[in-house]
Design a protein around this ligand. Structure first.
Ligand code: ADP
Ligand code: MG
Length: 340
């Protein structure tokens, strides 16, 4: 049209905008790439960061790897091996599905991906800068995939200014690693920050031992099991009984269909269960919700951190009752938890 002021945005601009939604900070990179490693069936994930991830982030897994052809597709927007139709969105078995993460990370960093499948004679690698391919090469890396992200937001100076201090970004990464580690107790995780071992979790763990590695032995020991079902919502995990730990800030680890999520309704429900016992300690809970795929939409947010429940009230009641029941059910370590 002659006088039209509307035009389609150039692809690099589209990618930068999309990247802004998925990649907010170094911790988002760690989350997306750990999820990809888990989706690839890894039994071991190594994470190494320098300067809170601002300088570099390396994530190495021993998963299925990518063929050369897949490696050449994975950094393009909306490319995925996990979803083929809109119908699949309702039965997600994988962490990823939007096909946005690698493209978004590539758009705002200097990215090197090295990957090798079981039957390949060597690993293929590709190096990109701001989404543009700079170099392709081969090396002798073992089976699995390594992502190396350098200079995050080098071409998005405004985003860079929104990052916190090195210490703050490192603590956000540790939180991300911890949350995913708890959801995947069978996966070995080694996390180094500035060359120092910061978090190590061995494989083949049960949930309580993994919680001990992630949140400390004291917390893990004082926890009691939660196992409850109501309105088609299964709630399982562990909670610290009121008054057992003298923590001031609550530590809540929530998962829906094994995905780490934030959810104010669940927070309220847990708080409600602690209320009758006074406020001598803030809640500490690790809770997994499982429900039918139609009862929850995990595809409402680019970072997949938020979900939408079909019936929030059911979720509130199931979580509240699950935790309340756990407190009232004596176990061998906690013969009675009495109301104050
Ligand atoms: P999604 O996870 O939503 O599919 P991503 O952008 O995160 O989208 O990844 C794109 C594709 O790249 C994935 O579907 C997968 O095929 C491939 N991929 C990414 N990371 C890995 C990995 N660590 N191991 C094997 N394949 C990977
Ligand atoms: Mg992904």
């Amino acid at each position: 049209m002659e006088n039209s002021r509307i035009h389609a945005l150039p692809e690099d601009v589209v990618n930068q905008i999309a990247a802004g939604e998925v990649v907010e900070r170094p911790a988002s990179v760690v989350k997306e790439l750990m999820e990809n490693a888990l989706d690839a069936g890894a039994s071991r994930i190594e994470i190494q960061i320098l300067e809170g991830g601002k300088k570099s982030i390396l994530i190495r897994d021993n998963g299925c790897g990518m063929s050369e052809a897949d490696l050449n597709l994975c950094y393009l927007p909306h490319t995925t091996s996990k979803l083929t139709s809109a119908e699949d969105l309702f039965h997600l078995a994988t962490n990823g599905f939007r096909g946005e993460a690698v493209a978004s990370i590539a758009a705002v960093s200097k990215l090197t991906i090295t990957s090798r499948t079981e039957d390949a004679s060597e690993a293929n690698a590709i190096r990109l800068s701001g989404g543009t391919v700079e170099k392709k090469f081969q090396d002798a890396s073992p089976r699995g995939t390594t992502f190396l992200i350098e200079d995050l937001f080098f071409n998005a100076p405004v985003r860079k200014t929104f990052l916190g201090s090195e210490t703050l970004e490192a603590s956000r990464i540790l939180d991300t690693v911890t949350r995913l580690a708890i959801a995947n107790p069978n996966v070995r995780i080694d996390y180094k920050s500035n060359g120092r071992d910061t978090f190590t979790a061995v494989d083949g763990n049960d949930l309580r031992s993994r919680i001990a590695e992630a949140l400390g032995a004291g917390i893990a020991r004082s926890m009691i099991p939660v196992d409850y079902e109501e309105a088609g919502i299964r709630v399982s995990g562990f909670v610290v009984p009121p008054g057992e730990q003298k923590n001031k800030r609550s530590k809540l680890y929530f998962y829906v269909q094994k995905r780490p999520i934030w959810n104010p309704v669940m927070t309220k429900a847990v708080n409600r269960a602690y209320e009758p016992y006074g406020n001598s300690s803030a809640p500490i809970a690790v809770l997994f919700l499982e429900m039918s795929d139609v009862a929850v939409d995990v595809n409402v947010h680019p970072t997949k951190r938020e979900v939408r429940f079909a019936n929030e009230n059911d979720v509130f009641l199931a979580v509240h009752h699950a935790v309340r029941d756990a407190f009232q059910k004596p176990d061998e370590n906690h013969p009675t938890i009495r109301l104050e």
